[in-house]
Unconditional design. Structure first.
Ligand code: ZN
Length: 164
């Protein structure tokens, strides 16, 4: 089932998510719902805090193909290399866009939905998406990484766009 997506400044987006310790049906359901919700909003990534769940889980789908989704649980990022920037958006920040500086390549280590070790060596769009979604699990949003004036303008729009 799909879930409503929390929009900034909703507090769920600002809390560090809890690590997952049970790789059971509840987690599989959450992963399925995140994938459905991501597609329903034509997104390419979605993290559990964005649907109000404090769990270190996100999904990503850089190919936008159904069945190509990546489910990541309890991730850590290592081996950040290089610098890059693209204009990012976020389902929790409708109508806000900004060019964010990030590492060009990262190594993500975590678990899949069954609890098996998952390692992703990423560069390009996938590296950016992994960093964006990882940030959500720490309670960080991409606007936090914008230059201060751009961030202030974005935050002014957010107050106008706040919802329950
Ligand atoms: Zn986002």
């Amino acid at each position: 089932m799909t879930h409503p997506v929390c929009r900034a400044p909703h507090p769920a987006l600002r809390a560090a998510a809890q690590p997952v310790d049970a790789f059971a049906d509840d987690l599989r359901r959450l992963a399925r719902d995140l994938i459905e919700t991501m597609h329903a909003h034509d997104g390419i990534g979605l993290a559990a805090p964005q649907v109000g769940r404090s769990a270190q889980v996100f999904v990503a789908n850089p190919s936008r193909r159904r069945g190509g989704e990546l489910v990541v649980v309890n991730p850590v990022l290592r081996g950040a290399r290089g610098r890059t920037s693209v204009v990012e958006g976020c389902l929790s920040l409708p109508d806000v866009w900004g060019r964010v500086r990030r590492a060009a390549a990262v190594r993500l280590e975590g678990r899949d939905v069954d609890g098996q070790p998952l390692v992703v060596e990423a560069e390009g769009l996938l590296a950016i998406m992994l960093q964006h979604e990882f940030d959500h699990l720490q309670g960080r949003l991409f606007i936090d990484r914008l230059p201060w004036l751009t961030r202030l303008r974005a935050q002014a729009r957010l107050r106008a766009a706040a919802c329950a």
